[in-house]
Design a binder for this molecule. Structure first.
Ligand code: ZN
Length: 193
């Protein structure tokens, strides 16, 4: 068994031992809100936003971007599970700032193996085969965090399946301090109407 698999199953056994009353939690999130945020390993929404099991929905993807699938989850979160306020939280030093659609599709075309980065950019091992499918994907990369948060709040705000009365807050998480910093333009765009 892999080291990670052993560790994860061991940690789970400990979690089960102290699971307590959590088996009785209702399905809809008790505090009626949702967070869309990046999958970055340094971000722990339960800790940075004070969540316990059963409190809130957390939707994560690369960048915390308002992709079609993130919007699918948010619409379910409101329509079927009753959340009333949403956060879009991107962060400083996001990996999505380190490449473009072109860079990613070129790397994938040359090799599917893990690439490396140094001061001169991304490099591939070149070990084939690669694949050109990456050219047809919008990787939703980020140039500027304030812009990406605002753009995503706007996209959600203007989506025809999203009711106007849900406030959407836009924040950047600072990986150096753990602090959430409001993006005023995003929160303004996300104001409930
Ligand atoms: Zn990120």
């Amino acid at each position: 068994m892999s080291k990670i698999l052993t560790e994860v199953l061991g940690a789970n056994a400990q979690y089960v031992a102290s699971f307590g009353e959590k088996g009785k939690l209702p399905l809809p999130p008790a505090r009626q809100f949702a967070i869309l945020t990046c999958m970055d390993a340094r971000l722990d929404p339960a800790k940075y936003a004070g969540l316990a099991e059963g409190d809130a929905h957390v939707i994560r993807n690369a960048g915390g971007r308002a992709s079609d699938d993130a919007i699918r989850s948010l619409v379910i979160s409101y329509k079927l599970l009753g959340t009333r306020e949403w956060f879009v939280i991107h962060h400083t030093d996001c990996g999505m700032e380190l490449f473009t659609n072109e860079v990613m599709s070129n790397l994938l075309t040359s090799s599917l193996k893990t690439a490396s980065i140094d001061a001169s950019g991304w490099h591939d091992s070149g070990e084939g085969p690669g694949c050109t499918e990456g050219k047809y994907i919008n990787w939703l990369t980020i140039k500027n965090q304030e812009e990406s948060v605002t753009e995503d709040v706007l996209r959600i705000r203007n989506h025809p399946l999203v009711p106007k009365d849900i406030p959407i807050y836009g924040y950047i998480y600072d990986v150096k301090s753990g602090r959430l910093i409001e993006v005023a333009a995003a929160s303004k765009a996300g104001k409930a109407g």
